[in-house]
Design a protein around this ligand. Sequence first.
Ligand code: HAM
Length: 423
Amino acid sequence: MIKALRGTYDILPPDSYLWAGVEATARSTFLCAGFGEIRTPVFEQTDLFTRSIGEVTDIVEKEMYTFQDRKGRSLTLRPEGTACVVRACIEHKLLSQQGAMQKLFYIGPMFRYERPQAGRQRQFNQIGVEIFGSYSPLADADAIALMVRFFAAVGFDQLTVRLNSLGDDASLDAYRAALRATLAPHRDALCNECQRRYDKNILRVLDCKVPVCREICARDDMPTLAQHLSPAAAAHYADVKTALDTLGIPYEDVPSLVRGLDYYTHTIFEVTDASLGAQDALGGGGRYDGLVQAMGGPPTGAVGFAIGTERLLMALRAKNAPPDLPPPDIALIACDEEACRECFSYGYTLRDAGLRVHFPYDTLSIKAQMRAAGASGVPYVLLRGKDEREAGVFTCKNMKDGTHSQVREETLIEQMRVLLQQS
Ligand code: HAM
């Protein structure tokens, strides 16, 4: 038997109904805020990701699904959406007009070769937002506020945003130098990978999961980003927090927060929920002012975030019972073969009138059909057999109180509408 691959899974009803609801809420939240939906391909040239996410990152070094196509080109299944959206914006010249804003959102699968566990899959889904064309701290605050609004709309009321600032290039250079100096005496104690990261990309030492590296990074004398922010970067960060205060959005200043992708500058943020493991964020994002230009576009201020839909749903399921699939309005039940064909045709008449109708394809026993109708939670059953055919009617059973009535063929739609309104 062929099974779904490790780290991938099927989304079945009624769970798919929950998915559709969350994605519909995302669409309406972001469309209302003036964002347009973008859909990019699930595979791209490998260089797109190595250049944007950073060569010395876990994603690029260990987690990408990279393969050669039949012409020997190196392609990669997208591990995240930001690089793809940036590529599409540059390719379609969406950012070329000076001062023009682009506000985009996306919903779709991403791929990372990680060790599968609860809330960590190899194919997972993200709901993401990207804002291009502004360096204003109000854009950072808008991204964070939108993320919080969306979480509230799907049923989270007590989320806290963890916030930090990486500052501008000058701030980051100063911070890297301070990190290097502080970590120098501990260099030999770091794990092998971090000894390499020390030279190549020292910030990545901070999100290493190896206990000895974590211990070293938790030392009191470790420098913080806040100590190295340039005055302009500190002012930007303060303005983001003031804007969040204006909206009453709670946040936690987390000086040790870093993100696993290299393109960030200034504000970075994550949202966690107590129902998930401490290390697992529901979503995260930040500003990435250098990325568009580094990928060949015009200098463009940009900020965005992405939410992991699987993790969001895990946390939601921990809070609320899953919703039931909405039952049909009517189940048609056929007592013989001719009735089966009639139910097919009347079923479509009712569907065309906007009612949700189930009809049988095969003449199963009436008992079996009634049992299935009862299990589906349908409020009304319409029974058709020889007697009903001769009288030009359907026998209607109210599944709640068990009462029966006759409904004439000619007035079927009107009568069923009235009954359904009453139920
Ligand atoms: P990220 O933090 O790598 O950021 O991923 C965002 C979210 O995707 C995570 O918080 C998590 O919920 C979910 N996620 C990541 N990996 C997995 C996995 N293996 N299984 C399940 N869920 C996962 C980004 O991807 C950035 N592109 C976000 C961004 C957009 N920054 C600016 N704009």
